[in-house]
Structures are given as C-alpha cells and as structure tokens.
Design a binder for this molecule. Structure first.
Ligand SMILES: Cc1cc2nc3c(=O)[nH]c(=O)nc-3n(C[C@H](O)[C@H](O)[C@H](O)COP(=O)(O)OP(=O)(O)OC[C@H]3O[C@@H](n4cnc5c(N)ncnc54)[C@H](O)[C@@H]3O)c2cc1C
Length: 323
C-alpha cells in the first residue's frame, strides 16, 4: 500500500489542476490515478481531430480563479499544453490505474484500483467527469442499427451519407457542422430554439445552414428508431418518419452515481451534495470538475480544483497549528 497526502482520481482538466494547485501550495505526495493510457482521456477520445477547444463553453465565460487558464486552442495544441503543465509541475500521474473503490478507514481513505494497487491518504479528490457513459435516449436502440448509431465522431467519419445529429448543445452543433462538410445533415433538437450554444458555434451553424448540406429540425422530439434496410428509420413526435444512414447522439454525460454513493457521497435533487469547496459530507472527500459544475467546462474544472486545494490547504494549516 502506498501513502499520499492527496489521492486524485482522474487525470482530466480537473484532476491535473488539483495537482498543479497542490504543487503550488507546497503540498507534497499528490498521486493522480487515471484509468486510461493517457491524461485527458475525455478530450483524447471524444473530441474530434482538429476540434476547437473553446475557453468560453456553453455560452458561459468563466474568469480564472487559480493558476490555470487558456485561450481557445485546437484539440492538439490544448493536449500539448496539458502535457507541458504536467511536466512543469512534475505531476505524479499513474496511467492504467482505474479506481474501483474508495472507502474511509478511521481518518484516512483507502483507494483500491482495478490493477490491485492500493493507496491511502487523508484527502481524496474524485475528478472522474461525467463522460464515462454518454446519456442515451430513453427509447431502445435496436441491435440491428447499433453499427449506425454513434455517441462521438468515429475515427473514420461517414461521407456522402444522410445523417441525423440529435442534441442542442455545443457538441451537437460542432458535430453537425463538421459532418455537413461531406454529408447531408439534419440537426434535430426537441426545443424550438438553441440556447446552450456559444457564439462561435452558433455563428458557424448559421453559416452551415445557408449551404444545402445542413438543416435544423427544431421543436420536435424523437419517439423511437427502427431498422429500415441498411438505414435507421427515425420516428418524430409529429408522426413523420425519416430514414437516415447514420444517427449521432450528443446528449451529454451523467454523474457516476453508483461510484459516488459507494464512496459515501449523498445526493439531493439528482446532484451530489458538496460545499462551496467541493467537499462532500464525508470529511476529506472532495469532488471536482464536471461532477460538481452546474455547467461543466474546462475553465470551470480548473476553478473547482483551486477551490478544493484551498480548503485542503486550510485544513492542513489548522492541523499543523494544533500539533
Ligand atoms: C465532445 C465534447 C466537446 C467539448 N468541448 C468543450 C470545449 O470546447 N470547451 C470546454 O471548456 N469544454 C468542452 N467540453 C466539456 C469538457 O470536456 C469537460 O467539461 C471537461 O473535460 C471536464 O473535466 P473533468 O476533469 O471534470 O472530467 P474529464 O475531462 O471527463 O476527465 C475525467 C478523467 O477521469 C478518468 N476516469 C474516469 N473514471 C475513472 C476511474 N474510475 N479511475 C481513474 N480515472 C478515471 C477519465 O479517463 C478522464 O481522463 C466538451 C465535452 C465534450 C464531450
């Protein structure tokens, strides 16, 4: 068993920022456990090649409260910058360490990984994000169409096809515009207007809609999908049915409730209960990043890490004064 001062679970923007803020505060022995082979796996896996990483996301401008902030970059330059940050602050990130269990034992936590490694620490920060499982539609996806239904852009995107993109946020808008470069795309959203899309995406979307390859279908819900030959038949709430070659859902992510509850985190109104610094009802157990942000973004993840480390630092100072 390895001991640390803080164990951080997840090396996304929030987990990395906890490492940075902790290093700047002089806290030693911060271990960051990451389930995948890379840091920032959500960005590596779910952002398409060349994607713009917006500093203002979901139309919310977030002023930096900690050491990390960035200007809008591409996926590749953002990831290169994150690597620089990791090197500069000599962050101790352990890849291929998926955490399965966190439990309190006296005044310390035991953190159990799938590869049998065990860590113990007085503070644990859970920063595992919400994209482990993308939100799926409420109706079933029949087995016959599963190879035509996507939740992110695949490495080999379709070309020359009739494509449906479902969702009303930035990811859906970006995907629709990107796919419309080589497909005929319909972007379907159940509300009658987009209100979660940032300015640059709205602008690109409007531009794309002036070409014939992209149309929006607003104010209609989808009630189900079914196979139709090599296509997917989509039934809309008004009774209309349209067949597409591929359907892409961008409906966001969901908090990993079972994992958090097992660690002792309570829920109220569908959200984990934490204080303003991200501390849960279990003293010493913090949440950061998308898990706590009302409108998750990279800047919000950075700021939540600053709040977490601020409280840990105060708690460490109080303990050393007592001693
Ligand atoms: C397609 C798409 C486009 C987006 N575009 C933008 C944008 O342009 N600008 C912006 O600000 N935001 C954007 N976002 C949102 C942004 O990616 C998130 O807000 C941000 O990544 C949240 O950071 P996080 O560290 O909380 O979580 P994540 O980035 O999700 O990181 C969580 C990390 O934890 C790891 N992990 C998960 N489970 C475990 C476990 N059990 N044990 C160990 N490790 C684990 C994961 O592998 C991952 O590396 C976008 C999101 C998507 C899906």
């Amino acid at each position: 068993m390895e001991s640390a001062e803080i164990v951080v679970i997840g090396a996304g923007p929030a987990g990395i920022a906890v490492g940075v803020e902790g290093a700047r505060a002089g806290i030693e022995r911060i271990v960051i456990l990451e389930k995948s082979e890379y840091s920032c796996d959500t960005i590596v896996s779910l952002y398409r090649e060349g994607k713009r990483v917006d500093a203002v996301y979901r139309n919310v401008s977030v002023a930096p409260q900690g050491a990390l902030a960035f200007e809008t970059k591409t996926k590749e330059s953002f990831l290169a910058w994150m690597e620089e940050v990791i090197d500069t602050y000599k962050l101790d990130i352990r890849n291929r360490h998926e955490v399965l269990d966190v439990r309190k034992n006296g005044d310390r936590f035991l953190v159990q990984c799938g590869n049998q490694a065990v860590f113990e620490a007085p503070f644990v920060v859970i920063a595992i994000g919400i994209f482990g499982k993308p939100v799926k539609p409420s109706y079933p996806i029949p087995r016959e169409v599963r190879d035509k239904v996507f939740f992110s852009i695949p490495e080999q995107p379709p070309a020359g096809k009739k494509v449906l993109v479902v969702g009303g946020g930035d990811s859906a808008a970006e995907a629709a515009c990107f796919l419309s470069q080589s497909n005929k795309v319909t972007l379907s959203y159940r509300r009658s207007e987009f209100f979660r899309i940032n300015e640059p995406n709205l602008c690109t979307l409007n531009q794309c809609c002036t070409y014939e390859n992209l149309e929006t279908k607003l104010g209609v819900d989808i009630t189900g999908i079914a196979p139709e030959g090599e296509r997917v038949r989509v039934a809309y709430s008004g009774g209309e049915e349209v067949a597409y070659d591929a359907v892409f859902y961008f409906l966001g992510g969901s908090t990993p409730r079972a994992f958090l509850q097992k660690a002792g985190v309570t829920y109220s109104k569908g959200r984990p209960v934490v204080d303003a610094s991200g501390e849960s009802g279990v003293p010493g157990l913090f949440l950061a990043g998308d898990l706590v942000a009302e409108k998750g973004s990279i800047m919000a993840a950075f700021n939540s890490a600053a709040a977490v480390v601020g409280k840990i630092q105060r708690s460490l100072s109080a303990a050393s004064i007592k001693a």
